[in-house]
Design a protein around this ligand. Structure first.
Ligand code: MG
Length: 170
């Protein structure tokens, strides 16, 4: 049986992943409106990843005999600025998510919940990738600066990210 503290923390983490998915959808809509369909497509992929993260935790919770407690997903930010500003917000979001997963891992360590520690290792590795992809986008956007043609090239490059935006999370 899963410890109630871990159960609650996993439910909170599921909410955090769903919140992130919601935010990336808002960012996608922002890029659609700005006619940057490549950036929008990238954000659809990112949204899908977050839903997959939520589902991984969901299945883990159920497998451990825990109770699912879905919580309210807060309204995401609606108005955004430049692509660089959007990706800076995304990076901060991922950094907060990393901190949250680390906290969950710490809790699992404190109560010697080895199964949860093992499950969370995937998430710890994944967060390295998540932060890196935001940092890479920020670096490219900083290089592009105000150059519109560079922005169009980047838009095309971001749109080449693999995956099907319409695919279900699981
Ligand atoms: Mg995530």
């Amino acid at each position: 049986m899963i410890d109630p503290k871990i159960e609650q923390a996993i439910n909170d983490q599921i909410n955090q992943e769903m919140t992130a998915a919601y935010s990336y959808l808002a960012m996608a809509a922002h890029f659609e409106k700005a006619n940057l369909s490549g950036f929008a497509s990238w954000m659809y992929q990112q949204r899908l990843e977050e839903l997959t993260h939520a589902m991984k935790l969901y299945h883990y919770l159920i497998d451990r005999g825990g109770d699912l407690a879905l919580k309210t997903i807060e309204n995401p930010q609606k108005e955004f600025g430049t692509p660089l500003e959007v990706f800076n917000i995304a990076l901060k979001m991922e950094q907060a998510n990393t901190a949250s997963i680390n906290q969950l891992y710490k809790l699992a360590t404190e109560i010697s919940d080895y199964a949860t520690q093992s499950h969370l290792k995937w998430f710890i590795d994944e967060q390295v990738e998540e932060e890196k992809s935001m940092e890479d986008a920020i670096a490219m956007l900083e290089l592009a600066g105000d150059d519109r043609s560079a922005m169009l090239v980047l838009n095309q490059q971001m749109g080449a990210r693999q995956g099907d935006p319409g695919a279900p999370a699981e």
